[in-house]
Design a protein around this ligand. Structure first.
Ligand SMILES: Cc1cc2nc3c(=O)[nH]c(=O)nc-3n(C[C@H](O)[C@H](O)[C@H](O)COP(=O)(O)OP(=O)(O)OC[C@H]3O[C@@H](n4cnc5c(N)ncnc54)[C@H](O)[C@@H]3O)c2cc1C
Length: 428
């Protein structure tokens, strides 16, 4: 073990904060550099709030090109490609499509599944060890289907890509409603549901905050309002140039989400991680003590979206839009989520949407093959932990543990080659 290094982590989202925590626990001196004023101001701020090894499959499934082509000009399509984003996506997009063959999709799903299961299996211990309170719920998730053929294919898919730690139960409409009475109003329209009891949920921003606080208590230093501008390196990392001056470092971990590629370009590396925009609406009903209408998060696979209870609040999150780094809120995309809420909770939707509703958009850092990039690349001492796409919370702690093992040259629980940034030819 190479304990006692000075390590700088760039980015204080889910991935940066878990990385900093695990590296500090491994005996290093860790500083987190974050351009915003607090943790979780990027993609980790108001996400779907689920930890879902059950959704480990990358979004570039076979035939995804058809769905993307079809979306052109349809502002309400759940998976939407904006024509103006096409030039910036050329290299990444070809790789994205190249990874959508049946064989590569299968391999990449298996890689994500192993990492997601490894990650979520450690959450209980982490929660207890640091007394983390973030509204953790362990009732699993429900994936609902209105169409019998889609239900069959969903069940087949989850059995094909099985993992010993990812239990799945196929439920009839009646069994679904018995498990989640909040779905009673739509029982008649359900073909069935898949229940994944091992999935978890909670408030991802709160998790990042409380884990950040635990890391700070253990000695991690956070520098907010400080942007990393350049990695200073020859054959070895020397320092990080920031808006607050140069900071010497033995190692640097780039965990800057969808901005990671921009920082790495300065040392001649082209990380194929692109932003894929998603939305959420968080509804806080006003003036009522009524219990939340759902207890278990409900996923609508066809809409790439989910409804998650977060204490008194209900969050509807999802849909995917290829539109570069644009964070504007587009009304048709917000309407998609309102429609989903009405389709899942018809009796409660109007009340929820009439309360205090916070609309939000975030950029998922999506790697070209749908598997995150974790490990060394470029000059000695440079590491990446980025590109977790729609699974950043699901994979955060497992990715951080893998990263810490790689930094210390310890045997890892997962095969490092599966996640190495060097699997892309750009890396030296
Ligand atoms: C709508 C939506 C729903 C989602 N739902 C789920 C879900 O239910 N479950 C799940 O597992 N995942 C979900 N995700 C994905 C998950 O939120 C992301 O994968 C995750 O937040 C990525 O975390 P990150 O730390 O890599 O990136 P971020 O959270 O974006 O953090 C990167 C940080 O780096 C900082 N930064 C960037 N550049 C610099 C620089 N040069 N200097 C200093 N700081 C810098 C940024 O300010 C930011 O704080 C969802 C995403 C979206 C958008």
């Amino acid at each position: 073990m190479r304990g006692g290094m000075q390590i700088i982590v760039v980015g204080a989202g889910l991935v940066g904060v878990t990385s900093a925590y695990r590296l500090q626990r491994a005996g290093h001196s860790v500083t987190v550099v974050e351009r915003e004023a607090a943790v979780a101001c990027g993609a980790s701020q108001a996400n779907g709030g689920m930890l879902t090894p059950s959704m480990a499959d990358p979004w570039n499934a076979p035939g995804v090109w058809r769905e993307l082509l079809h979306s052109l000009g349809h502002a309400e399509a759940p998976l939407l490609l904006r024509p103006r984003a096409i030039p910036s996506l050329l290299g990444w997009g070809l790789r994205f499509l190249g990874a959508s063959t049946t064989r590569r999709y299968g391999e990449n799903t298996a890689r994500n599944l192993r990492l997601a299961a490894y990650s979520v299996s450690g959450m209980d211990a982490l929660r207890r060890e640091e007394a983390l309170e973030y509204g953790a719920a362990t009732r699993g998730t429900l994936k609902i289907y209105r169409d019998a053929a889609a239900f069959d294919s969903g069940l087949r898919k989850s059995r094909t890509f099985g993992h010993p730690l990812v239990e799945v139960r196929a439920l009839t409409a009646a069994q679904t409603v018995a498990l989640e009475p909040g779905l009673t109003d739509i029982e008649g329209s359900l073909a069935g549901a898949l229940h994944f009891p091992g999935d978890e949920a909670g408030d991802a921003r709160l998790f990042t905050e409380v884990l950040g606080a635990a890391a700070e208590r253990r000695g991690v230093r956070f520098l907010f309002g400080t942007a990393a501008t350049r990695i200073i390196a020859d054959k070895q990392v020397r320092a990080l140039a920031t808006t607050a001056g140069d900071m010497p470092a033995d190692a640097i971990v780039v965990a800057a989400g969808s901005q990671s590629a921009a920082l790495l370009r300065g040392v001649g590396l082209r990380l194929p991680v692109a932003p894929v925009k998603g939305y959420s609406l968080t509804c806080e009903p006003s003036g009522t003590d009524a219990p939340p209408p759902l207890a278990v998060p409900v996923v609508d696979d066809a809409l790439h979206a989910a409804v998650t209870p977060l204490g008194r609040r209900i969050r509807i999150a999802g849909t995917a839009e290829f539109t570069g780094f644009d964070l504007q809120l587009s009304p048709p995309r917000i309407e998609n989520l309102r429609r989903l809420l009405r389709a899942i909770l018809p009796r409660h939707a109007d009340r929820l949407l009439a309360g205090n509703v916070v609309s939000w958009a975030g950029l998922r850092p999506m790697s070209a093959d749908g598997v995150p990039c974790i490990g060394p690349c470029g000059p000695a001492g440079l590491y990446v932990n980025a590109g977790h796409g729609h699974l950043g919370w699901t994979m955060a702690d497992g990715s951080a543990r893998l990263l810490a093992d790689l930094v210390d040259h310890r045997p890892a629980a997962l095969e490092p080659r599966d996640y190495s940034p060097r699997r892309f030819r750009w890396a030296s």
